[in-house]
Design a protein around this ligand. Structure first.
Ligand code: ATP
Ligand code: MG
Length: 555
């Protein structure tokens, strides 16, 4: 395994780290910096795999740092879910930190910048500040408050902190260059007034630092060597460096990679929150959501998500990944680890006329052909069975090897049966098949050595357990959910058939399957018991279908 990874060519982040090690860097310290304003999604999973993965590969550490600088949108519910999701993915952080742990230090550094003449209190509204920022071709207009004395700035900033001013009355700005070609350098806002209770610091603060002022300094405090983030932050990097240099503190460096985009998938936290709040989905963990908790509820394994992150790799340019690749990864992993079971989702009753009424037999079924250690189980057989409606055709085409009038088929792990009669109701719908079985065919053989091509799955009708089966399709009908027609919104692209509920008949052992653990319903797909499942009302989610369209096209 280790050798395999070594042979693979390095991605650009690994190249950067190896170059810094060659330059004398002795540590690798990364961090994952979520804002606790929503649940983590598959895009965050990629960032987690990169940050924790690189630290692990180079014998370093990765911190978990909550970027909790906006009290209005943040909540402990999100903090807890984020921690649970990272651990579920199989990673453990070195330190758990919050940007709010550093509010005192950040404040002191702001005072220091005021003293150096590099920051000032501005009485303009945020709106006025936006309007006077200029454009790429037109320089901004300096604020009338830009040249306040250091003493006055120190006094006003202290009073901002003390709560003397209402929200929006004043801000603290860095004094850089109102004509700078990088718009972010036109005296960026460092602090704003927000009289809001914070989920950790309570009412201690009524001024809160902005992302650009907080992030680099937090990295520096934690002596982060490689601060890895997504591409949209590349224009922020010079400002990240500017604050660190102006303060003369530990020089963390920022590196950017392309964020993950997936077809048919919405990755904006704001929009996902809207779906939850409006009840368009059952919650953040609705199996149709792209969140990590939804993938878990749907039956994904941590390994499948990690493998996906590895497979898509790290790119420097934005791109869109086929959702099929994620499904391919979960299918590959479940094929190895999921136990096999039999379940019928679209039942057709079969009566074995020459099998005694009331008789029961148990057949031994293999739990996982990919893993002998998974052992076997017993499956009950009786005179009345269910088979899949699609496994019978009254007038089949050539090469249809499943059941047909007068034809014979193997029941998986069990007997050969022959269809003798098709029973229909008054409208001509098939209601039942009357079959006979070959009593000598119970162990894969037959009475006269004849061979039968088709093998189908089945369940014993009196033993079958009924369950609600939820079949999931993509949540959006468009590859790019934001691709909208005139006068419509992204919500018009929601797929009305994203969840289809059917009744299934399961072999009795499926009653014991723990919630969240995926099993393969043979010939049908991978499924797992949903969190809504109870012993009285079983509910199974389809994790992924068996058919593997992506691998066929791309291999
Ligand atoms: P917000 O709009 O709330 O800032 P966000 O998706 O950027 O949303 P953060 O909590 O700030 O959420 O993200 C934490 C980390 O995850 C950041 O470093 C961010 O760059 C990274 N990240 C977010 N979305 C993706 C994505 N789609 N692919 C890869 N990394 C991502
Ligand atoms: Mg963000």
């Amino acid at each position: 395994m280790a050798d395999e990874t070594k042979e693979k060519s390095l991605n650009f982040l690994e190249e950067i780290i190896e170059a810094s090690i060659a330059n004398g860097e002795t540590r690798v310290q990364t961090r994952f910096p979520p804002e606790p304003n929503g649940y983590l999604h598959i895009g965050h999973a990629k960032s987690i795999c990169i940050n924790f993965g690189l630290a692990k590969k180079y014998g370093g550490k990765c911190n978990l740092r909550f970027d909790d600088t906006n009290p209005v949108k943040e909540d402990v519910e999100y903090v807890d879910s984020i921690k649970r999701d990272i651990q579920w993915l199989g990673f453990q952080w070195e330190l758990e930190r919050y940007a709010s742990d550093y509010f005192d230090q950040l404040y002191d550094w702001a005072v220091e910048l005021i003293r150096k003449g590099l920051a000032y209190v501005d009485d303009q509204t945020q709106e006025q500040i936006r309007e006077t920022r200029g454009t790429i071709s037109v320089p901004g207009t300096p604020s009338p408050w830009r040249d306040r004395s250091v003493e006055e700035n120190l006094d006003l900033f202290a009073r901002m902190k003390a709560g003397e001013f209402p929200d929006g009355a004043k801000v603290l700005r860095a004094k850089i260059d109102m004509a700078h070609p990088n718009m972010l350098f036109r005296d960026p806002i460092m602090y704003r007034i927000l009289h809001a209770e914070h989920h950790r610091t309570g009412n201690k603060w009524c001024i809160y630092p902005m992302y650009d002022y907080a992030h680099g300094q937090c990295d520096s405090i934690e002596r982060i060597t490689h601060s890895i983030c997504t591409l949209e932050f590349d224009v922020h990097r010079p400002l990240y460096d500017w604050f660190i240099e102006a303060l003369g503190i530990y020089p963390s460096h920022q590196y950017e990679f392309a964020r993950l985009n997936l077809t048919y998938t919405m990755m904006s936290k704001r929009k996902l929150l809207k779906l939850v709040q409006e009840g368009a989905v059952m919650g953040w963990d609705d199996p149709r959501m792209p969140t990590i908790c939804a993938l878990r509820r749907k039956g994904y394994t941590p390994a499948s998500v990690r493998n996906f992150a590895e497979m898509v790799g790290v790119a420097k340019r934005d791109n869109v990944i086929d959702l099929g690749k994620l499904e391919y990864c979960v299918r590959e992993d479940l094929n190895k680890v999921a136990e096999r079971r039999m379940a019928v989702l679209n039942p057709l009753k079969v009566v074995i006329t020459n099998y005694e009424e009331g008789r029961r037999e148990l057949f031994t079924a293999v739990n996982n052909p990919e893993n002998e250690a998974a052992g076997t189980r017993q499956v009950p057989f009786s005179r009345e069975l269910y088979i899949e409606r699609d496994d019978f055709m009254e007038n089949p085409p050539k090469k249809f090897y499943r059941l047909q009038p007068g034809g014979e088929v193997r029941l998986r792990y069990s007997y050969l049966i022959k269809c003798e009669e098709v029973v229909k109701d008054a409208e001509g719908n098939i209601t039942e098949l009357r079959c006979t079985y070959d009593p000598m065919s119970g162990n894969g053989s037959s009475s006269d050595g004849r061979r039968v091509k088709g093998v189908i799955h089945w369940v014993s009708a009196p033993d079958a357990v009924e369950a609600e089966i939820r079949l999931f399709n993509p949540l959006f009908t468009k590859e790019n959910p934001d691709d909208v027609e005139e006068g419509q919104t992204w919500e018009d692209n929601l797929n009305p058939d994203s969840m289809i509920k059917v009744k299934g008949y399961l072999e009795p052992s499926l009653r014991e399957t723990p919630i969240g653990q995926a099993v393969q319903f043979e010939r049908v797909g991978y499924f797992c018991p949903d969190t809504d499942s109870t012993p009285e009302h079983l509910v199974f989610n389809r994790t992924v279908t068996l058919k593997d369209s992506w691998a066929k096209i791309n291999k």
